[in-house]
Design a protein around this ligand. Sequence first.
Ligand code: ADP
Length: 777
Amino acid sequence: MSPGLPPGLPVACAEAWPALDALPDGLALFDPAHCLLAANRSFRITFGIGIGTGATGLSLAEILDHATGHGLLRSGDQPLADWPPAQPMPQPPPDLLLQLGDGGWVRLAARFTRDDGMLCQVVDITQQMRIWTAIEAIPDGFVLFDSEDKMVICNQSYRDIYKTSAPMMSPGVTFEEILRYGLSLGEYPEARGREEEWVRARMLEHRGPAAEGEHQLKDGRWLRSIDKETPDGGRVGLRVDITQLREQAAALEAARLAAEAASRAKSAFLANMSHEIRTPMNGVVGMADLLCDTTLSDEQRLFAETIRSSGEALLVIINDILDYSKIEAERLTLHPEDFDFERTIHEVVMLLQPRAREKGIDLMIDYDVFLPTRFTGDPGRLRQVLTNLIGNAVKFTASGHVLTRVVGMEVEDGRHQLHVTVEDTGIGIPTNLLDHVFGEFYQVDDERNRKFEGTGLGLAITRRLIERMDGAVWVDSEYGKGSVFGFRLALPLAEDTGPERLPVSIGTALVVDDQFINRTILERQLTPCGTEVVLSRSGQDALERIAAGLMPDVVLADHEMPGMDGVVLAKKLRKAGYDKPLVLLSSSPLAAREAGGDAINAILQKPVLRAELYRLLTSLTLPAEPKPALPEAQPPVAQSLRAMRILAAEDNRTNQLVLQKMLRSLDIELRFAGNGHEALAEWESYQPDLIFMDVSMPGMDGREATRAIRASEAARGLKPVPIIALTAHAMEGDEEGILASGMDRYLTKPLRKSEISAVVMEFAAEGCRPPETGSPF
Ligand code: ADP
């Protein structure tokens, strides 16, 4: 007989006993009086009861007491007084969880036998309890439901979150029961008044494969709930208290909104300030401009020109500051369009030519002859970059040259990598300061360059602009010798490649220039046309070549050469019998024309635009086209036509005067309106051919007035009158806003006489006298 086997056991049971004794779970059989009949090895070891019959007859409570007394069970874990119940119950009693002396855990289950005896089972659940303790330690709420939607476990955090429903949360209770219990106690404020619908929705959500959402509890806390289906069809859920997170997010959002509002206020302030400054500056610069065109004494002219140039310098500063703040606020947008890069460089250089001429600096452009010229990019911003780099080069150079060189090559998908350098022979920058020049408000500030004006923002803006175009800038300089500023940029080729270049068919050209770079540029430009280029470094040398029998098809001579200048050379060449075309390249064409007289066929303004050079050479070397015969007599139509009527809506008296003076050289009729209402009335009665419309005016502004005019025109089927906005607004987006109101064009103040006149010419109305036939200024 096996140890622990009581003598009175049925035979079948006795036979099975060795197997039961080997089970890892503990088993014990109690008689109807709940006294131990038999216990297997695992049970005996767990509770430390002796082998043989020593323990028989003990009640379960006595056994547990014994185990506690011997340190095998932790005190406090004894079963409740009524466990197990003395009488068999319809339902088995709930299981007991007991912690062992070694920290392990067992679950004790009791079942009544048919003869009112009792069978106890002890299962080791240490591993399970470890997981459970871990789940309890999670700060978030955790819950597990089985495939029948009955709760398996939930941790204390989960109960704490749903405090009202917590009493209902025990294993075996269904999700819906817990939900309805909480609902009945008002746990879910969002369900109020639509309880059934809410329960249905929650159940659907609960049964879906996965759900994630955020909701607020009655006490104001916010929860993120994440529910997922388990592989066995159950559901596991996590509840994270995100109240603090949401508070932080809300605080961040509020801070962001406040910062954005502040930034908008700053931009608006800048826009307004720039508007406020530009409006009176229009008066200052415009009037000074007009004053310079009148008869003045030398002293008066100096004063007037100083006012004009100081005003313009101030405007450059305002624009720099505005641009910089736009870049800072990331409000700078590029406006790509097809444009001619070579022409853009040429225009910038031409604008800087007067300043360079004053200092005797040579401005040169060397644009790679094999590189296309039309690209897609933002010509306005590139012009700004070039103006800054070439302008600086002129500013910081006292003598010598400023050479702008462009080379490039095709890279991927039709883009060209352009490499632009601006090289000068100026004061240079000390090596240790080279890294700083692209910084904000930085000026290489030693006693030598303190005499130069500037904001120190130009290069910072240049760098930001080029980087915005995905390019890069750099500088290289030798102190006292000169600097090279450069940028690299990839631009796509423009779709329209521009007008075809006329073929130049010149056999031989003689280029006379003392400057090596100029000679080389011309040689490079002419050689691809099949022209043989002979280079001469002085007038004397050229004369000697002609005397030696050279007879080029064209002579290209520089005007400003030391020793014998281009004009003298031209005259001597003519005397020597050279009778073919002779072209002078000059940075002051007016003076050259006066001095050169008949000896010169044409003068090209330096630096020479390649297209212009080709055009001129083609026209000089092609046989002249017969001129069409003039009609006998011109009908005197001009006299019978009326003058073009222009209406200018402008509230500022000074600006009215500026406009009036700028337009007075044109043969037009001009009326003023002081605000939008007046403009509207004048449009009715005066029927202008063109309207200049100030944007900011008291009462009805320019935009409103334009909208009203456009609406009336549409209603009456009238031809729309051209409306040109005149504005001091210079912020990004202003132009779009202004044009959206129905205006045709946009001119920024301060106004320029040339711009205003060009617009009048462009919009000259049919059936009127041409505006340019008026008396000269
Ligand atoms: P600004 O010209 O308005 O002072 P920039 O940002 O354009 O500001 O230039 C910053 C500084 O870099 C200049 O003040 C000057 O000291 C130096 N610098 C720029 N270009 C040149 C140049 N070509 N030669 C010498 N120094 C230069």
